[in-house]
Ligand binder design. Structure first.
Ligand code: NDP
Length: 342
């Protein structure tokens, strides 16, 4: 069984009724000569960008379409951890654990050319491969160090700061020696940021009618680095409060994914006069720091300096609600589905 979309999605938030469970016959063995690897899905990542792949305009939208459009009936590929049940590829054996692009389903047939590999769990739970030691971690680490090029003592603002990427950006920035303020959508999330995760300060953006003056209050001396997960008004407010030679890393613009009419319009005169650098990036661009990211993150996890924040739902049926919840702020930390026990 797997989850798919019934038809391409229109603008707006995704709904339960956009999804359905499909069944396709699967033999848990590979035929002679096949190089397929059949895996049982264990943990599957839930990511906001998938919405852009499901949209009606996706297949013709070149800039959004860095991951192929999802068509109705298609299996939805997503990063995750799985266990090999049968293999025609000599590099993999039954019971090997692999990480890579599996699917929103119970099993995945991994064809030659699909990105997956065996991994070292470093003694941590398997779920860490999906979040803190997976693409969320790489995005946070590479996005902060490579794109933002921080200096110790600089003032950093992170949006969607309790989310999968955001909470790690804040934690890496604190460990590096920056001053960090995050924003999130509830009192509980703000408490988490300021408490367990060690942010210098945090606020609930839903209670702030004027984001520009809010940021002025939290950054009286201006923002040096803005790590943007949200876009729209948040990006505009941050740019207004940026210091000269400030850097904005545009990781994602989640508030715009559900509203095609909403696009950030930062004051470009500010950008010119303050010589602000605004750079978008994608996690696969950051593979040059992969080994550095893994060794630093494993060290910090072992010493207890870095916290893994996970939000795990169980069972195939929970894919739609978990995904929809991303756009309503239901998750705290890395959202994933535990599809099956090891
Ligand atoms: P999160 O775990 O942060 O989940 C999404 C969170 O975004 C929600 O919990 C919610 O938290 C917040 N949110 C949802 N809607 C809005 C809104 N309208 N305005 C403000 N905040 C909102 O997801 P990720 O950490 O996986 O992703 C964060 C961003 O990074 C996304 O934009 C994503 O697309 C992007 N990304 C980019 C990558 C890249 O390679 N460039 C790789 C991975 C992610 P709250 O309660 O605070 O509202």
């Amino acid at each position: 069984r797997y989850i798919t979309i019934k038809s391409p999605l229109d603008d707006g938030e995704p709904k339960e009724s956009d999804f359905e469970v499909k069944t396709s016959p699967l033999t848990l063995s590979v035929s002679a000569g096949s190089t397929d690897v059949i895996v049982k899905n264990l943990y599957v990542s839930i990511d906001p960008y998938q919405l852009n792949r499901m949209k009606r305009f996706s297949s013709s939208h070149k800039t959004i379409n860095y991951a192929a459009a999802v068509a109705p009936g298609d299996e939805i590929d997503a990063y995750g951890v799985a266990k090999v049940v049968a293999s025609g590829n000599p590099e993999f054996e039954k019971d090997d654990l692999v990480v890579g692009f599996i699917s929103w389903g119970e099993y995945t047939v991994l064809k030659k050319g699909t990105m997956f590999r065996k991994f070292d769990p470093f003694g941590f739970p398997l779920s860490y491969q999906v979040g803190i030691l997976g693409f969320s971690g790489l995005t946070a680490y590479g996005g902060f160090f490579e794109v933002c090029k921080p200096k110790k003592g600089e003032k950093v603002f992170v949006s969607a700061a309790s989310g999968s990427v955001g909470n790690l950006v804040g934690q890496y920035a604190k460990l590096f020696g920056c001053y960090v303020v995050g924003c999130a959508g509830s009192k509980e999330k703000v408490t988490l940021l300021k408490g367990k995760l060690g942010f210098d300060d945090a606020f609930n953006y839903k209670e702030e009618p004027d984001l520009k003056s809010t940021l002025k209050k939290y950054f009286p001396d201006g923002i040096d680095i803005y790590f943007d997960n949200v876009g729209a008004e948040m990006l505009e407010a941050a740019v207004e409060n940026m210091n000269t030679f400030g850097r904005v890393a545009v990781c994602g613009v989640i508030s715009e994914y559900t509203d095609a009419g909403k696009r950030a319009a930062p004051n470009m005169l500010d950008v010119v006069y303050k010589r602000i650098k605004i750079q978008g990036f994608l996690a696969p661009d950051l593979m040059n720091v992969y080994f550095d990211f893994i060794s630093t993150t494993v060290d910090h996890l072992r010493t207890g300096n870095l916290q893994a924040v996970e939000d795990i739902s169980c069972g195939l049926e929970s894919f739609p609600s978990a995904f929809i919840g991303l756009f309503r702020g239901h998750n705290t930390g890395k959202k994933m589905i535990k599809v099956a026990d090891e």
